[in-house]
Design a binder for this molecule. Structure first.
Ligand code: SF4
Length: 328
C-alpha cells in the first residue's frame, strides 16, 4: 500500500423533506490508499451511494453537503469550483454507476461513446481517442474491433465491461463502483469483480466498491467500511472484519450471510429495519435492533474510535469492555 489518495473527513449530507431534515450521511470519515480496494457496505438506505455522490459533488437539491472535506490527493473537492471539478472528474476520479449497462446510448456505437468521454476531457485527436478506446476495450476483455458494435449487440456482462472501460477512459487513479454489479447473474458478477481486481493490480487503481453484497465485497477488498443509517460504524482490514468485528451491526451482517464453505452455518437475519433519519435524535442509530443496547445507547451517539491499530468502531461496548457473545 502507498500513500493516501482519498481522504473523507467528517462528511455530512442532509436532505430537506416536508417533515424535516433527513440526516442521510453524518460525520463520515475514512481514507483510501494508493492501490487499495475499500469495500463500502451496509443495507440499502444506509447512505453508501450518498457518500459516493457527495465525494463527486453530485448531490442535488433538496440534498446538500452541509459539512466536511474530501481531499483527492491535495485537492479539496467540496469547496472546489465547478471548473476545477470538471477537470478532476474522469481524469482523476470516475464512477461506474448503478445500472451502468443501461446508461449506454442505444443509437451510438460503443466505441464512439468511449471516445466521446476522452475527447470531451482531453485535447487529443480523434485517431488518438480511437486508439485508446481499442486499448481500453482489450483491457476489459473485449475484442478491439468490437468498438463498432452497438449496445444491443452485447450481453449484460459485456455492457458492464464497456461501462468499466468508459470509467477508465481518462486513466483516473481512483474509481468508485456504485452497486455496479447489481442485477447481473452470479457468474457475470464474479467475472466483473475479477476484472476489477485485475485492473486494480495492473493500473495500481484505488477503488471504492459500494455494495450490499458482503461475500462479494470481502472477496476482493483490502479494507471494509460498514455504514448503518448514515453513520460509519466500523472500518478495518477485511481480515479484522471477518474475524474480529467489534460492532454489533457488523456481526449481525456477518451472521445474516450464508457461508459457502461452512454450509451448516446458521443464518440469523437482522430483526427490524433501518430507522427513518428525518429529525433523528442523538442516539446510537442501531439501538432498536441491537441485542446489547442499554440506556446510554438511547440518548447518546457513539463516536468512531480506534479500538486497535487501524481498526475503528463506534460502539459504547468498547469503552465498557463488554464481552460480546454471538450466535455464530
Ligand atoms: Fe448496540 Fe449500544 Fe453499541 Fe449501539 S452503542 S451498537 S446500541 S451496544
Amino acid at each position: 500500500m502507498g500513500k493516501t489518495v482519498l481522504s473523507v473527513e467528517n462528511l455530512s449530507t442532509f436532505y430537506k423533506t416536508d417533515k424535516g431534515i433527513s440526516r442521510a450521511v453524518e460525520n463520515v470519515s475514512f481514507t483510501v490508499e494508493e492501490g487499495e480496494i475499500l469495500g463500502l457496505i451496509g443495507e440499502s438506505g444506509c447512505g453508501k451511494s450518498t457518500v459516493a455522490q457527495s465525494i463527486l459533488r453530485l448531490i442535488e437539491y433538496p440534498g446538500k453537503v452541509v459539512k466536511g472535506k474530501v481531499f483527492l490527493h491535495e485537492k479539496e473537492l467540496i469547496s472546489a469550483s465547478e471548473a476545477d471539478l470538471y477537470d478532476i472528474r474522469w481524469s482523476e476520479i470516475s464512477v461506474i454507476p448503478q445500472s451502468a449497462m443501461n446508461a449506454l446510448n442505444p443509437v451510438h456505437r460503443i466505441g464512439e461513446q468511449i471516445m466521446e468521454a476522452i475527447l470531451i476531457h482531453e485535447h487529443v485527436s480523434k485517431k488518438e481517442a480511437l486508439d485508446r478506446t481499442k486499448v481500453l476495450l482489450e483491457l476489459v476483455g473485449i475484442d478491439r474491433e468490437r468498438w463498432k458494435s452497438y449496445p444491443h449487440e452485447f450481453s449484460g456482462g459485456m455492457k458492464q465491461r464497456v461501462a468499466i472501460a468508459m470509467a477508465l477512459a481518462c486513466y483516473p487513479k481512483m474509481i468508485i463502483s456504485d452497486e455496479s454489479t447489481t442485477g447481473l447473474d452470479v457468474l457475470t458478477q464474479s467475472q466483473v469483480i475479477a476484472l476489477l481486481k485485475d485492473l486494480q493490480r495492473k493500473m495500481n487503481l484505488s477503488i471504492i466498491l459500494i455494495s450490499h453484497d458482503l461475500p462479494m465485497v470481502t472477496s476482493i477488498s483490502d479494507k471494509i467500511a460498514i455504514m448503518y443509517a448514515g453513520k460509519l460504524v466500523e472500518w478495518a482490514s477485511t481480515d479484522d472484519i471477518l474475524h474480529d468485528a467489534r460492532h454489533p451491526y457488523s456481526r449481525a451482517l456477518l451472521d445474516a450471510t450464508p457461508d459457502l464453505i461452512n454450509r451448516d452455518k446458521k443464518i440469523v437475519s437482522i430483526p427490524g429495519t433501518v430507522p427513518n433519519l428525518v429529525n433523528i435524535k442523538s442516539c446510537c442509530r442501531f439501538h432498536t435492533r441491537c441485542p446489547f443496547a442499554f440506556e446510554r445507547c438511547k440518548v447518546e451517539e457513539p463516536e468512531l474510535k480506534e479500538v486497535k491499530p487501524g481498526h475503528f468502531a463506534a460502539c459504547f461496548l468498547e469503552e465498557e469492555n463488554h464481552e460480546l457473545t454471538y450466535t455464530s
